[in-house]
Write a protein that binds this ligand. Structure first.
Ligand SMILES: *[C@@H]1O[C@H](CO)[C@@H](O)[C@H](O)[C@H]1NC(C)=O
Ligand SMILES: *[C@@H]1O[C@H](CO)[C@@H](O)[C@H](O)[C@H]1NC(C)=O
Ligand SMILES: *[C@@H]1O[C@H](CO)[C@@H](O)[C@H](O)[C@H]1NC(C)=O
Ligand SMILES: *[C@@H]1O[C@H](CO)[C@@H](O)[C@H](O)[C@H]1NC(C)=O
Length: 478
């Protein structure tokens, strides 16, 4: 680096001075440096859920609207290209209200009794969504997650209202120890899916174990989770399900996960993915584990439905979610980011979902498009690489197919010219495209040009926008 310009460039800012007629135009150019030699987490993808019979409500729509919904969720051309589906494993005796019915609704007669499983080929509507996701859209990651064990396996005899799994530390029941029976039950659920040709890749046995709710909920400390993982892992392995990853613990917030993981050191080698939600505290720092980390649930569950990209920075706006995802990836080291509900046709006016139904027609929010702006260009297997630039939030990923995508969030209220320099590896861009999302543009393609070296791309980021630059290599780079 010899020139003054290069030195300033390192500072991330080149004051672009241009004489235009009689006045001096001074426009800031943001320099972004992508460093391919600096690598971070490998991404598994982006996703959402159709649990609690949301899938049932979507399946009641006309075939045309069903297809629109599925396209919005999973299509890389027409929608968000989501690559992870989180299914709820039912624990309820029936399907009243939005309850998820269990594959063993009634107590078979104790933990040692012959199980009495049933399979309704619906799984609370989720088999339909899963089959579409996998066979129509090529989704490969299915996360099956139980909110609770069935009530008869728990200290409180109810799948709702908290309680513990009988047999974990500090939770003994007159009916006996249900740990093995619960592990067998979860294995059976995976086998029912396998018989439908759907591979469940990730399994969770807890949801928000730090919260008691009037719907399916089961409490657990990290110690109690470890007690169960010691039974679940060998049970999976014995059933030839060694490749199924155990996810734990989907706590309400990040700091609870931090505490729980501290109590789970003895089972760390059996843990596949550390999972946490972003409600009581968000993914603002990496969790203290060597495994991958997923942020498996977040949503604006209170705000009235909005389809704004940016209006005042409200909790349900698209740009807010583009920023939330940015923080989770860069500060929280997450390899996956899941919104709570994908689509639903239930009366609720909040932003708890990405897609709502109005007059029997599906309607996406900009939250869905915020997910899309990440998910389409950060594909499963993409490795996050170094990216820095001042005044904007930026990330970069090297995808499995060699494509490098660079995300830029410009939260400021003026346009910025961008110069992206790619270094640290043998990458030469043959061409570049850029996609802008702001209040006016719905992912419009904008100009981005590559210089002769194939290492420097120029473009711009309008005020309050997210721009993704897609750099395609001249030849497969590695
Ligand atoms: C699953 O795949 C097998 C082999 O291709 C096929 O014979 C079977 O009919 C499929 N089952 C279902 C439920 O799709
Ligand atoms: C980020 O997560 C990866 C696993 O995906 C892990 O290897 C790495 O150590 C984590 N980084 C930090 C800073 O915790
Ligand atoms: C980005 O978000 C906008 C909505 O603001 C959406 O119209 C667009 O399709 C999204 N881009 C991609 C690539 O999905
Ligand atoms: C960009 O370059 C790649 C690799 O040469 C090529 O496959 C692709 O068609 C090009 N895209 C555009 C938009 O020029």
């Amino acid at each position: 680096m010899h020139s003054l310009k290069a030195a300033l460039f390192l500072l991330g800012l080149v004051p672009g001075l241009a004489l235009a007629g009689t006045h001096l135009e001074r426009r800031q150019t943001t320099g972004i440096t992508v460093d391919l030699s600096k690598t971070y987490q490998t991404m598994d993808g982006f996703g959402t859920s159709e649990a609690f019979q949301r899938a049932v409500t979507m399946k009641r729509l006309s075939e045309t609207e069903q297809r629109k919904f599925l396209d919005l969720m999973f299509s890389p051309e027409k929608g968000a290209a989501l690559s992870i589906l989180r299914n709820g494993i039912g624990s309820s005796p029936d399907m009243s209200d939005d309850h998820m019915v269990s594959i063993q609704p009634k107590n078979p007669g104790g933990p040692k009794a012959e199980p009495k499983y049933t399979w309704d080929k619906s799984d609370n509507g989720q088999l339909w969504v899963s089959t579409e996701a996998v066979y129509t859209y090529g989704v490969k990651t299915i996360y099956a997650n139980a909110w609770s064990a069935p009530g008869y396996m728990k200290t409180n005899g109810n799948d709702a209202n908290g309680g513990n799994l009988c047999g974990v530390s500090g939770a003994s029941c007159s009916s006996g120890d249900w740990k093995q029976a619960y592990a067998d039950y979860l294995v059976k659920y995976i086998q029912f899916y396998a018989a439908e040709n759907i591979t469940v890749t990730h399994l969770g046995f807890l949801n928000e174990p730090d919260l008691t709710t009037s719907y399916a909920s089961m409490r657990s400390s990290g110690t109690q989770a470890a007690d169960f993982i010691k039974v679940l892992r060998p049970t999976l392995d014995k059933a030839n399900l060694g490749s199924v990853s155990i996810n734990c613990c989907d706590s309400m917030g990040w700091s609870t996960m931090n505490t729980m993981l501290g109590q789970m050191r003895s089972v760390e080698s059996m843990l596949g993915v550390a999972t946490g939600h972003a409600y009581s505290s968000g993914p603002s720092s990496p969790l203290p584990v060597k495994t991958k980390t997923w942020m498996t649930e977040a949503a604006d569950n209170n705000g009235a439905w909005t389809s704004a990209w940016y209006s005042n920075g409200g909790a349900g706006e698209g740009m807010t979610w583009a920023n939330n995802i940015y923080s989770a990836i860069t500060s929280g080291n997450v390899s996956a980011y899941l919104y709570w509900i994908g689509g639903q046709d239930r009366s609720s006016n909040t932003n708890s979902k990405l897609i709502r139904v109005v007059n029997k027609a599906v309607e996406p929010s900009k939250r869905l498009w915020a997910m899309a702006n990440w998910s389409r260009f950060v594909r499963p297997g993409a490795v996050r690489v170094g990216a820095s630039g001042s005044g904007v939030r930026t990330t970069a990923f090297r995808n499995v197919d060699g494509m490098v995508s660079v995300q830029v969030i410009n939260s400021g209220n003026s346009e910025r010219a961008m110069t992206i320099t790619v270094g640290g590896g043998d990458f030469t861009a043959a061409n570049s495209t850029a996609w802008v999302t702001d209040n006016k543009n719905d992912c419009s393609q904008i100009d981005a040009s590559v210089d002769a070296s194939g290492k420097v791309v120029t473009g711009k980021a309008p005020s309050r926008s997210m721009v993704t630059f897609v750099l395609r290599p001249a030849a497969k780079a590695y």
